[in-house]
Design a protein around this ligand. Structure first.
Ligand SMILES: NC(=O)c1ccc[n+]([C@@H]2O[C@H](COP(=O)([O-])OP(=O)(O)OC[C@H]3O[C@@H](n4cnc5c(N)ncnc54)[C@H](OP(=O)(O)O)[C@@H]3O)[C@@H](O)[C@H]2O)c1
Length: 408
């Protein structure tokens, strides 16, 4: 029965992230997605279907006794996404992975435990997986088999996260930058200048909000974006050109723009200091750096730059990778248990009707076959017979159930 679990997947490991879009089910809203997935399930006669699309992977999880041939895969992907041309199947031949039975379940568990992710140990995937299941379950695409596999994957992922150190030590440069900020004992009321309001500083701002930094001033070329970030932390916004005349002082700077030349030079930095000679913290997340080297050499600064954070991220990634073997041990154990649990469940389902059938046999015997014989019995004899029949009924139900369970 485990052989009926099948996964068709394309992941970051085998294709550039941009190429993943060719394998998704395009939809403008949930209703359209539900409709398209239901058509796929019906048209390809799949007993149960679950669909997951993230920035790391597209995964179709099936429960079906069908043989998934190359023709099935080509037709399925072409039906899923109209932009998927049949010739792409050859181009992506080595990237499209089909897994069956134990291998499919093992992959599901590795995805849930985040050891197959681009960012190993990132728990977001577990949330995405659960959401995908709840959605597909709500749309009647899944049933008991995928429900059981999902329960197993969630429990296993939790066990991996709590029994290994796979999720420890940050590996994004932004979270490492915030860790440095916190480690530097920078006061929550300290005045922070945030220069740039792109995606990176948006993430920085989310962390600043989370850690309750309350004195943030944002500068950006486009004032609207500066306002939006400042609004998230109750801060003030200015357009970037106002930086040259800013006179309100600061305690730290986080700078990250797409400028290909340094924005913060000696002259501007001296101007921002307004005569303050205490040590300042500067976090420069831009590539190339947005702070001129001379600022670091000539002023009293604790300078944290992206290259150092990137090498720290690499070390932390290596640390997490070392935890993968421990996570795999947990997955192997859980898969062995699941094999038994799944078989038992199938037996329970197959034997669900046994009690009713035995009750019906008893009723038929008493009310039809032996009706006349029973009419000749006195009350005491009838009562004894009734007790014997009830006893036999219970045994007839429990003996085959136990035998079937013991055979697993
Ligand atoms: N994305 C990442 O994962 C990541 C991680 C670490 C570091 N970085 C580095 O961070 C920098 C910005 O990345 P991002 O993802 O935040 O980019 P982004 O979302 O494209 O934002 C770019 C930001 O830089 C500003 N900008 C662009 N060119 C400028 C110029 N010539 N002068 C002044 N401001 C300018 C933009 O201002 P407007 O709003 O006015 O356009 C915007 O605030 C890059 O150096 C990148 O290498 C990125």
């Amino acid at each position: 029965m485990l052989n009926n679990f099948k996964i068709l997947t394309i992941t970051h490991k085998n294709v550039p992230l941009k190429a993943l879009s060719q394998f998704i089910v395009p939809s403008v809203d949930e209703a359209e997605l539900e409709g398209k997935l239901n058509i796929l399930k019906t048209q390809f006669e799949i007993e149960e279907l679950m669909y997951l699309a993230t920035c790391n992977r597209v995964m179709y999880f099936f429960y079906t006794d069908q043989n998934i041939s190359d023709t099935f895969v080509t037709k399925f992907l072409a039906q899923a996404n109209i932009d998927f041309q049949p010739n792409l199947i050859e181009y992506y031949e080595n990237a499209i992975t089909l897994l069956e039975g134990h291998d499919a379940l093992e992959h599901l568990l590795e995805v849930a435990a985040s050891i197959d992710s681009m960012v190993i140990g990132e728990r977001e995937i577990l949330r995405q997986l659960r959401t995908a299941f709840e959605q597909c379950n709500g749309w009647n695409l899944t049933d008991d088999h995928i429900r059981m596999a999902m329960q197993l994957s969630v429990e296993t992922a939790k066990k991996v996260y709590s029994n290994t150190r796979i999720g420890e030590k940050p590996i994004s440069v932004v979270s490492l930058a915030i860790q440095k900020l916190l480690q530097s004992q920078f006061p929550k009321t300290g005045k922070l200048l945030l220069i740039g309001a792109g995606q990176t500083n948006l993430l920085v701002t989310k962390f600043l909000k989370k850690h309750q930094f309350e004195n943030v001033t944002v500068f950006n070329r486009t004032i609207g974006k500066a306002k939006s970030l400042a609004g998230m932390v109750g801060g003030t916004a200015f357009s970037l050109e106002k930086l040259n005349t800013y006179q309100d002082g600061f305690d730290g700077i986080i700078i990250c723009t797409g400028s290909d030349t340094a924005l913060l030079n000696d002259e501007l930095y001296a101007q921002l200091l307004q005569g303050d000679d205490t040590k300042k913290l500067i976090i420069d997340l831009a590539i190339p750096n947005n702070v001129e080297k001379s600022v670091v050499e000539n002023f009293n600064v604790n300078y944290i730059e992206i290259e150092n954070l990137k090498s720290l991220a690499k070390e932390n990634m290596a640390f997490r990778q070392n935890e993968i073997s421990k996570a795999k041990e947990i997955i192997v154990e859980r898969l062995i248990e699941f094999n038994k649990i799944h078989q038992q469940r199938q037996i329970e389902k197959a034997m669900r009707h046994v009690p009713q059938q035995i009750k019906a046999v008893k009723a038929h015997a008493m009310n039809e076959v032996f009706k006349k014989d029973l009419e000749n019995l006195d009350e005491d004899a009838l009562e004894v017979l009734e007790r014997v029949m009830n006893y036999m009924e219970k045994r007839c139900i429990s003996i085959p159930m136990k035998a079937a369970k013991d055979s697993v």
